[in-house]
Design a protein around this ligand. Structure first.
Ligand SMILES: Cc1ncc(COP(=O)(O)O)c(C=O)c1O
Length: 437
């Protein structure tokens, strides 16, 4: 029995209403996240309301999740209708909504023949890609070939499962979890020559994010795509894209790599792709697509997930993706990106070094030297990105840090002109204050 006087036993079932969210979080929820001290209780579109009644302009979207904002009608209606009809049935049976959603992925998102598997998160989708690559090489070349290495990039992020942290090119996610899953090699992002040096007959796949998100909003270059595709052909490996953060419309096209390669003269298509985050607008869902050529690798009994592709999840994803397709949302992404870029181009703040990114996946890059001249920042002990994210939140604008120096804007894809203008005004105010103006 726990000691009734200890904090973890302080709330009996009867008195929970009298306890603050902060207290409940502290007493009962695992402390694995660094959290900002706010609890939201309601959301509508781009707006969130905290428990103290304060309203926030949410340009984080649950870290690129709420593609259509908070509680959009199209999602609420789809949820309610499907929940009242059929929430779950196992993958022992045909699932109509799953098949319809897979068709949407193949016909509309990819526009290429292939097959789709549904799961519940980005890490899980990437685990599926890793299994696909290994099994495909094992079937074709045999266990003795040793062709099982997946080459990924430094500063990448592929999730928190054992497969995800092994694939991720950042040491901080791996510390303490040895032995890590073997068979991964990390190369510098956007360095075609080093990629070529790393790849050999043992390589089963190359996996990278077309736009690195957690690593600080870096888009892959056409040269990097082109070299990866060449190596695919030379070494018979799979080229796999992690579109968990940059996919499903965030760049202004269904596929992030097509936005980047558009007009570059380079044309590259992957063998497999993963999605999650905004794919179902906030309903937990991950997915992977594999080209027809390799689809038979994951045959009966090779892979699965109890909750993968339920009628409820698929109905919601269909509604969200259908809205993105039908309501001009992709065009809005590009238009709002241009409006933001145009406005920011006229700003002149020493603390702002750059604005980079694709579509509505934008990174404001802070100048660490200029930040170091701000006494409040220096005494805060925070990273530049966290300091500016906190300052923005104080003004009512929610953003997300990426690494030490990048502040991410990830607004809903259907964000309006007025909402973008308001965010620009708030962020301009933050940078003005920092600059002592
Ligand atoms: C590119 C990328 N891949 C994978 C993941 C992991 O997704 P999840 O948290 O849904 O497992 C993330 C999450 O941030 C991501 O940005």
């Amino acid at each position: 029995m726990s000691d009734p006087a200890s904090s973890s036993a302080s709330a009996s079932a009867g008195d929970v209403a009298s306890l603050s969210t902060e207290q409940l979080m502290h007493d009962y929820v695992l402390g694995n996240y660094g959290r900002f001290p706010i609890a939201f209780e309601r959301g509508e579109g781009v707006w969130l309301w905290a428990e103290d009644g304060r309203r926030y302009l949410d340009f984080s979207s649950g870290v690129a999740v709420c593609a259509l904002g908070h509680s959009p009608k199209v999602m609420v209606d789809a949820l309610a209708k499907q929940a009242a009809t059929l929430i779950h049935c196992s993958n022992l049976y045909w699932v109509r909504k799953q098949a319809e959603l897979a068709r949407f992925v193949v016909e509309t998102i990819m526009g290429r023949a292939g097959k789709v598997f549904f799961c519940n998160s980005g890490a899980e989708a990437n685990d599926g890609l890793i299994k696909l690559a290994r099994k495909r090489a094992w079937e074709k070349y045999g266990a003795d070939s040793g062709k099982n290495v997946v080459v990924t990039c430094r500063q990448s992020f592929h999730g928190r499962t054992l497969g995800g942290i092994a694939a991720t090119g950042q040491e901080k996610v791996k510390i303490g979890f040895d032995p890590l899953l073997p068979g991964f090699l990390h190369v510098p992002f956007n360095d075609p020559a080093t990629l070529r040096e790393a790849v050999n007959e043992k390589t089963a796949a190359i996996l990278f994010e077309p736009v690195q998100g957690e690593g600080g909003i870096h888009a892959a270059t056409p040269e990097f795509f082109a070299e990866a595709a060449k190596l695919r052909d030379e070494f018979d490996l799979l080229l796999m894209f992690d579109e968990v953060q940059c996919g499903a419309g965030r760049t202004g096209d269904w596929c992030g790599w097509r936005t980047i390669l558009d007009g570059s003269g380079v044309e590259v298509e992957p063998d497999a792709v993963s999605w999650a985050k905004g794919f179902a607008g906030g309903f937990p869902m991950g997915a992977l697509w594999v080209s027809d050529e390799h689809a038979s690798v994951l045959g009966p009994g090779t892979h699965g997930s109890t909750f993968g592709g339920t009628p409820l999840a698929c109905a919601v994803a269909l509604a969200v993706l259908g809205e993105i397709e039908g309501a001009g949302v992709l065009a809005n992404v590009k238009r709002q990106e241009s409006r933001i870029r145009e406005a920011v181009a006229a700003w002149d703040f020493p603390v702002l070094a750059d604005l980079r990114g694709v579509g509505l996946m934008l990174g404001f890059v802070l100048d660490a030297d200029a930040m170091a001249r701000i006494p409040d920042f220096v005494s805060s002990g925070k990273s530049p990105s966290l300091f500016v994210v906190n300052a923005s939140r104080d003004t009512g604008l929610l953003t997300v840090p990426a690494g030490e120096t990048v502040v991410r804007w990830l607004p809903p894809l259907n964000v309006t002109d007025a909402e973008v203008d308001e965010a620009l005004a708030l962020f301009h105010g933050v940078l003005s204050t920092l600059s002592g103006r």
